[in-house]
Design a protein around this ligand. Sequence first.
Ligand code: SAM
Length: 151
Amino acid sequence: MSQDIYLVATISALLGVAAGIPAGSFLRRKKTSTARGAVRIGASTVSGRGAFADRAIGAGDIIERCPALEVADKDVGGELLNYVFYGNAENLRLVAMGYGMLFNHSPQPNVAYYREDSTLGAELVLYALRDIRKGEELFYNYGDDWWTTRK
Ligand SMILES: C[S@@+](CC[C@H](N)C(=O)[O-])C[C@H]1O[C@@H](n2cnc3c(N)ncnc32)[C@H](O)[C@@H]1O
């Protein structure tokens, strides 16, 4: 009788290990893209990561509202400078949260943005300049100044 219990316990343990190995590797599998709302982040067609339409987006639709933090330009340096927006004064920069900082540049953009301020703080609102198909990469125009002030 006790031998039977020992056998059942051993088989259960082996089955647990056998089931755990594939489950563990599935949970650890690296994702190549991540999505929220209408935006998917994936491998860009122009550089590193980029933002893509995760569904069809109509002209004028708001794509994302990014809560934003306005900080002094002296608080932003190095590579982060390539990710922030201009603030409301020469010496201010806007750090947009969400996916807003990951859109790449195009001189023929399909996205534009504007700033909105409320009692909660600043928001960067990204919207579609035209109808956008699911899967298209989303670009806004960084502006000439952005490129001429960098190497
Ligand atoms: C705000 S980030 C955009 C996300 C970036 N691609 C990433 O992988 O994190 C700005 C940087 O993306 C790159 N970038 C954006 N638009 C580009 C373009 N049209 N061609 C080449 N590089 C671009 C530049 O290196 C720039 O410094």
